[in-house]
Design a protein around this ligand. Sequence first.
Ligand code: SAH
Length: 346
Amino acid sequence: MNDLIKKLFENKTLNNEEFLDILSSNKYDEELKKLANIRREEYYGKDVYIRGLIEFSNYCKNNCLYCGIRAGNSKANRYRLNTEDILDCCEEGYKLGFRTFVLQGGEDPYFSDDIFLEIISKIRSSFPDCAITLSLGERDYKSFKDFFDAGANRYLLRHETANESHFNKIHPNNLSLEKRKNCILQLKEIGYQVGSGFMVGSPYQKLEYLIEDLRFLEILQPDMIGIGPFLSHKDTPFKNFENGSMCLTLKLISILRLMFPYSLIPSTTALGTINPEGRELGLKAGANVVMPNLSPSNVRNKYELYDNKIYSGSEAAESIELLTKLIEKSGFKVSVNRGDVKRTTL
Ligand code: SAH
């Protein structure tokens, strides 16, 4: 076996030069995948966890240059769900077997702390055996704490890129990497299971920046790590940039599994969008979570972060049987439990 890959497997880290060697060559891919699967199996067996994703609003006050629901996109067809709609989604999801609900949306000022507190408390009391995951963007410490106290368990907030000048090139002036990192650290301190992550192949990204992403995650030791290829959206300033690479994304999933064997890593919608087999390949590379879309069907095509975002077939929560078959065909099995992070081996 290749010494470098063996070293990563055993030490869970490498120096920058070694990481760069792996990232810039594809000769390691098969071995990386094989060892990533050994690690995944030690912690999670063959289990793949499913999360019901509720995209509750595509209004956003931010103007991230890559994102299709950015405030400046006047062509976006905006919608927001109310408390009742969201509870209906959970009800539907519960019947389908989901035990984690992920509330994700743009940073929509309509959703005050009080409104979120009402939503979280109602989900908590109606579905006491389910995990509530929030992905609401940046908020202040008190909001994060109040949401946690009301019953939220997990929070997803990607750092997007850990290189400061790169962060500033793909975000508007009012957002900063420092603030983003602070939010993520606060969430951890409060007691959430925390997810972070980054886009692969976003405009101006260099391979060296990806190593900075890995270093930031080493400090954070996140419970969940979400990555996906950057995909361009026709009504954003980045419309003419090339999409990120599926192969590099898959390689990074394997690297992340070796660095953070205990972590929950989704095979993301972006991966399923860039290639029809992307999600299965993500699982085979070391991912162990999928997040089918549980939003009401009439809004699904409106949460358009990038062009051609998939929302039907096995991506749709109601097609869970189709997804289960795909997962089984890839050699895994769907787990119906909450799927909390496991910090120790089986
Ligand atoms: N407002 C929430 C949810 C954002 S959408 C938050 O800030 O956390 C979830 C993720 O989609 C983002 O973190 C980003 O990494 C990803 N995303 C947005 N636009 C994208 C694009 N054009 N290509 C690929 N991923 C994108």
